[in-house]
Design a binder for this molecule. Structure first.
Ligand code: 5RP
Length: 210
C-alpha cells in the first residue's frame, strides 16, 4: 500500500518545501489541480526537480485531448497523470497509450461517475493503472465519505490498482487502510495540519505493513 500527499493550496515553491519535509513518509507527491491552474506545468517540473525518491503525480483531471495532455505532463516530469473517469473511452485509450509509451502511469479519477461498478469494469479493461474513488471537496462538505465507493470498485476490478481520496486525515486513515486499497491519497489532512511532518508520520504508520 502506498501513500500519496496531495498538495492543492500552496504555490510551487511552498509545495516543494512541504514535499521535502515529509518525503521520507510518502511514496507519491501530487501537484494538485489548483496549483496547475494557477502556475501551469512548470509547478510539476519544479516538484520533480525538488524530490529524490518520490514519484510525482500531475492532477490534471484530463477530459479531452488526452494523449497530448499526458505527453505534456510527462515532458514536465510527471510519473503519473490523472484523467477523469467520465471522459470518453477514446480519451482514456489515448491517455493510457501515451503514458505507457513513456513508461509512466495513468490514474483515473472516478469523481462524478454515476455507475461506479460499470465504469470501473470498463476502465479496468481499458488498461488504467489506478482507478481512484474520490469524494471531492464539494461533496465532502455534505459529509460524504469515499469508503463505500472503495468497496464497490475493489470488488469488480481485476487488473488496475485501486486508490482512494477525499477528506482522509491521520485520525481516519486507519479505517481506510483496513479496506486494503493500493494507494491512499491524503491532501488537507497532512498539508493543512498544525504539524504536517507529524501528520505524515502518523499516516505512514497507519499503512505500514499493509
Ligand atoms: O483532487 C482533490 C480535490 O479535487 C484533492 O487533491 C483530493 O481530494 C485530496 O485532498 P483531500 O484529502 O484534502 O480531500
Amino acid at each position: 500500500m502506498k501513500l500519496q500527499l496531495a498538495i492543492d493550496l500552496l504555490d510551487q515553491k511552498e509545495a516543494a518545501k512541504l514535499a521535502q519535509e515529509v518525503e521520507e513518509f510518502i511514496d507519491i507527491v501530487e501537484i494538485g489541480t489548483p496549483i496547475v491552474i494557477n502556475e501551469g506545468l512548470s509547478a510539476v517540473e519544479y516538484m520533480s526537480k525538488s524530490v529524490n525518491n518520490t514519484q510525482v503525480l500531475a492532477d490534471l483531471k484530463i477530459m479531452d485531448a488526452a494523449g497530448y495532455e499526458v505527453n505534456q505532463a510527462v515532458k514536465f516530469g510527471a510519473d503519473i497523470v490523472t484523467i477523469l473517469g467520465v471522459a470518453e473511452d477514446a480519451s482514456i485509450k489515448g491517455a493510457v497509450e501515451e503514458a505507457h509509451k513513456h513508461g509512466k502511469e495513468l490514474l483515473v479519477d472516478m469523481i462524478a461517475v454515476q455507475d461506479l461498478e460499470k465504469r470501473a469494469k470498463e476502465l479496468d479493461a481499458l488498461g488504467a493503472d489506478y482507478i481512484a474513488v474520490h469524494t471531492g471537496y464539494d461533496l465532502q462538505a455534505e459529509g460524504v465519505s469515499p469508503l463505500e465507493s472503495l468497496r464497490t470498485v475493489k470488488s469488480v476490478i481485476k487488473n488496475s490498482k485501486v486508490a482512494v481520496a477525499g477528506g482522509i486525515t491521520p485520525e481516519t486513515i486507519q479505517s481506510v487502510a483496513d479496506e486494503n486499497p493500493d494507494l491512499i491519497i491524503v491532501g488537507g489532512g497532512i498539508a493543512n495540519a498544525d504539524d504536517p511532518v507529524e501528520a505524515a508520520k502518523q499516516c505512514r504508520a497507519a499503512i505500514e505493513g499493509k
